[in-house]
Write a protein that binds this ligand. Structure first.
Ligand code: SF4
Length: 229
């Protein structure tokens, strides 16, 4: 599995996919990447150190992802990231966190001592679909509420049961309330959530302009950041 890459088009940065403890929620209906989680501390520390040894700091920006939230990374890995930030003159980090960690983001900013762009898996601002079907366990009621804590939402499009109206609303809310965002086009995995190809085709046509929007990254394949499998 690829765990290090350089993103050279939008928002240039290095990106690493690290291993963490099991996602504290772990019950999102569409998620099977928690299979990458581990309980073996030594294994995680060794692998994370090896992956992080690739970081050169060439863009001054590093994104760290793991199959869960940054708060589930081992403490030693977080300390190593902080050391690399200093040694490689990194001035911005990208981290991901679930809604349930919203009150701990500042703590992480203080620990790393540089600005952090916090991403959150919103999936959709349609609360019924997010909570009732996707089982996201993120009970915010509006994009404004998310914006109070997080910088960059990740949306998911092309799921059976989702509607064009929901996607229109999500993209509008993303553009109105956030400076950055990611759109993941759903691909089938081992869960019972299924891709709606007609909806994907509609989205890719109607929102083709997003591909040229420097503030939104559209991931057509889940490996489009060059990490994962
Ligand atoms: S919070 Fe993220 S890692 Fe955890 S179950 Fe949901 S999608 Fe998967």
């Amino acid at each position: 599995m690829e765990r290090y890459n350089r993103i050279t088009n939008k928002n240039q940065r290095e990106i690493v996919l690290l291993k963490s403890r099991p996602c504290a929620w772990g019950k999102c209906r569409f998620c099977d990447y928690i299979d990458d989680n581990s309980r073996d501390r030594e294994e995680m520390l060794t692998l994370n150190a090896e992956v992080l040894s690739n970081v050169t700091g060439e863009f001054g920006v590093l994104e760290v992802i793991n199959s869960g939230s940054c708060f589930e990374l081992p403490d030693e890995t977080l300390e190593l990231i902080r050391r690399i930030v200093r040694e490689k003159h990194i001035h911005r980090l990208f981290f991901e966190a679930h809604w349930m960690y919203r009150n701990r983001l500042q703590q992480m900013r203080e620990f790393m001592r540089i600005p952090i762009t916090f991403k959150i898996g919103v999936e959709t601002f349609d609360e019924e679909f997010r909570e009732g079907y996707l089982n996201k366990h993120a009970d915010f009621h509006s994009p404004e509420e998310v914006r109070r804590y997080f910088d960059s939402p990740c949306l998911m499009v092309g799921i059976k049961g989702q509607t064009k109206e929901m996607i229109d609303y999500d993209i509008r809310m993303l553009k109105e309330h956030f400076e950055l965002g990611t759109v993941n086009v759903f691909t089938d995995n081992s869960t019972d959530v299924k891709r709606d190809q007609e909806l994907v085709d509609w989205f890719m046509e109607k929102y083709a302009w997003l591909l040229d929007d420097p503030t939104v990254e559209v991931l057509y394949e889940k490996t489009d950041f060059g990490v994962g499998d």
